[in-house]
Design a protein around this ligand. Structure first.
Ligand SMILES: Nc1ncnc2c1ncn2[C@@H]1O[C@H](COP(=O)(O)OP(=O)(O)OP(=O)(O)O)[C@@H](O)[C@H]1O
Length: 259
């Protein structure tokens, strides 16, 4: 039987910044409905891959296709419309707005592209606005943030701000969600909550999730596939158990603790 088309297909991707070869010849397939993680030491090229998927940078060479179509033809503002969402390493929230307002901003970014694509003459209708609010309510319920819905984001503890950031990314209704160091700076309980939400995104909302993550407990617990980079070069890909037992990965990144 023919394998299904991967949702994201990266082929021989390289990126050079002046004299720095940030990535060299990365080839990775991300399957529909999986949780995939990129790991590796600082400066290994993980964020550079995200920034190329998100079209912030053009690759020096190589291709990226999303659902079988050339992603490199698209600009960053097309991503929400295509079904790709992301969170940022540093929070990208409207700090003085409430939780609901932040989610609505994320939603409108999506609606606007929909309006431009299909119904220029109609503008954003009251019905779309009502649908946006319904969707926001679903996200609030999913992320269990009812109690803080009307609080300004700036007043929330860091872990909850990160949860709102996740909600903002979900508001664009992504099929593929990129999470950049989602649990860094979180305590154990906040980390476990996020890990549970990511599993639910895959299992209940049928999303595909790609994480950059330094927290190896999270990576090994919830990933279906782990891709390891070192100095911009892919050194291993496989299940968490395969990667955790790979001597090259242990030497380059994990150390003896995970052997
Ligand atoms: N805009 C840029 N200009 C010049 N060099 C860059 C730029 N962005 C990244 N680099 C370099 O590319 C290499 C890969 O960086 P990248 O941020 O992708 O690594 P990373 O794996 O995400 O690291 P970290 O875990 O620290 O976030 C590094 O050597 C970095 O200094």
């Amino acid at each position: 039987m023919k394998a299904p088309t991967p949702i994201l297909s990266i082929r021989d991707l390289s990126k050079r910044f002046g004299g720095v070869q940030a990535l060299s010849g990365v080839t990775v397939d991300i399957r529909q409905n999986e949780i995939a993680s990129f790991i590796g030491p600082n400066g290994a090229g993980k964020t550079t891959i995200f920034n190329m998927i998100c079209r912030i940078y053009d690759p020096t060479s190589g291709t990226i296709s999303f659902n079988g179509k050339d992603l490199l033809r698209h600009r960053p503002h097309h991503l929400a419309g295509l079904g790709i969402g992301r969170t940022f390493q540093n929070l990208a929230l409207f700090r003085h707005g409430t939780v609901v307002e932040n989610l609505l901003v994320g939603m409108h970014a999506h609606l606007k592209s929909g309006v431009l694509d299909g119904a220029l003459f109609l503008g954003r209708t009251a019905r779309e606005e009502a649908q946006a609010r319904e969707e926001v309510e679903r996200i609030i319920e999913f992320l269990e943030i009812e109690e803080i819905r009307n609080q300004p984001v700036a007043m929330l503890p860091y872990g909850l701000q990160k949860r709102v950031e996740l909600g903002r990314a979900l508001a664009t209704r992504p099929k593929l969600l990129l999470l950049d160091e989602m649990v860094s700076g979180m305590n154990q309980e906040e980390t476990e909550d996020i890990a549970r939400f990511v599993l639910d995104l895959r299992d209940e909302l049928n999303m595909t999730v790609i994480m950059i993550e330094h927290d190896m407990n999270v990576v090994l617990d919830i990933s279906d596939t782990v891709h390891v980079l070192n100095f911009g070069v892919p050194i291993a890909s496989g299940t968490p158990a395969e990667v955790a037992g790979n001597p090259t990965v242990i030497e380059a990144y994990l150390g003896a603790a995970h052997a």
